[in-house]
Design a protein around this ligand. Structure first.
Ligand SMILES: [Fe+2]
Length: 379
């Protein structure tokens, strides 16, 4: 099973994980054979990737990525934040209070993350419909922030407050016109000024919960003073707001947006490492890059030793040095028995990420099979 971009899907592939909408409705069941119509529908809904049983690597077993929180908890959170945002959008009440179910879900997330310190490596997969971006983004930012917070040794209480502020960080956006939020081109100065207001709107909406209000208001502040809405500097930007801010930047980078394509996680991490400490305290950047896998499970990579394989795991603390299941060796060709290799050994490192087409093509060259990856499935 592997995550494959929707753009590379072919009819005949079999879905390895159900595809859900934000309201927990199943769009497509595990095991469904993808047809041209289904693929078109996934594109229309704006999904960028799905999990499929992989015909190129059918002999190479790739384990499922273990998530820092249970998939069910994540889906519950997405549904609950969706309901809250929709209700808030249609109500005239100024204040927003997270409902009990959402608070319970945040407590569950905190417990799951605290109780499993060894699995605190996040394999971020961008599997979400475009029109549901804000719901998934809110939950992703919450999970990322909690994971970093737990690594920094925050207490349960602090983590709960962090999770609440993080999941609600963009609540102010529901009062900004969608045409502006999703405008493909450059925003005018007036439009950008309006977008920036989502922080102040959230501060007012969350005034009953000062910690959450602080996080939501400050998540675009940067320690070098270049952020908004107030241009705060250094320690004026609270630690919880910085953790939420870096999670927000990362999750936005790895998503397809109406104005640009998604960056791969390793590219997003590189950007954060390059610019991160101008925007955030160095310790926050360091902790962040340590808990996010640069090459999530399933990523196809080529190593400096000319070995090619699929990522099967990432050791904690070494986010750019995955364990790779090697199925191709430049000298030995396509291997009948793939083997696992830790890139921590013998100065191995990832030189590039490959895409589906390339691996299918390489396999065809070495095995003499057709490059049509799914032929067997549709014959
Ligand atoms: Fe924001």
């Amino acid at each position: 099973m592997r995550k494959v971009p929707v753009s590379a899907l072919q009819p005949g592939l079999r879905l390895a994980k159900s595809v859900y909408g934000a309201n927990n409705e199943v769009y497509l069941q595990t095991g469904a054979i993808l047809t041209a119509r289904y693929i078109q529908k996934l594109k229309e809904l704006g999904f960028s990737s799905v999990y499929v049983y992989d015909p190129v690597l059918q002999d190479v077993e790739i384990p499922e990525a273990t998530d820092v929180i249970h998939e069910e908890t994540r889906r519950e959170a997405v549904g609950q934040i969706r309901n809250l945002l929709l209700e808030t959008a249609s109500s005239h009440a100024k204040a927003v209070l997270p409902p009990k179910e959402l608070s319970r879900t945040i407590s569950d997330m905190v417990e799951q993350i605290i109780q499993n310190p060894s699995s605190r490596v996040i394999n971020m997969a961008d599997i979400r419909a475009r029109n549901e971006y804000l719901y998934h983004h809110s939950v992703n930012v919450c999970v990322l922030a909690l994971t970093v917070g737990a690594e920094m040794g925050l207490s349960r209480r602090e983590l709960f407050d962090l999770g609440t502020g993080a999941v609600l960080h963009d609540v102010g956006k529901i009062k900004i016109p969608v045409e502006i939020l999703e405008k493909p081109g450059r925003l005018t100065d007036e439009e950008f000024a309006l977008v920036k207001r989502h922080t102040l709107i959230a501060e007012e909406m969350l005034s009953d919960n000062p910690v959450a209000a602080g996080i939501a208001c400050m998540h675009h502040e940067r320690v070098n003073g270049e952020g908004y809405p107030r241009g705060l500097k250094g320690a004026q930007v609270s630690l919880l707001a910085q953790i939420t801010g870096i999670a927000d930047v990362f999750d936005a980078l790895i998503a397809d947006r109406c104005y640009r394509k998604a960056y791969a996680p390793h590219e997003a991490l590189e950007m954060l490492l390059a610019a991160g400490d101008y925007w955030f305290d160095y310790e926050v950047v360091r902790r962040f890059v340590n808990v996010v896998a640069a090459y999530p499970v399933g990523t196809l990579v080529e190593l400096n030793t000319k070995e090619t394989g699929a990522v099967v795991g990432t050791p904690k603390g070494f986010p750019t040095q995955p364990v790779v299941r090697v199925f191709l060796d430049a000298e030995k060709g396509w291997l009948a028995d793939p083997y696992d290799l830790s890139t921590l050994e013998k100065r191995r490192f990832v030189v590039r990420v490959l895409d589906e087409e390339e691996v299918a093509f390489i396999k065809a060259r070495f095995t003499g099979q057709s490059a049509s990856r799914h032929r067997r499935d549709i014959d």
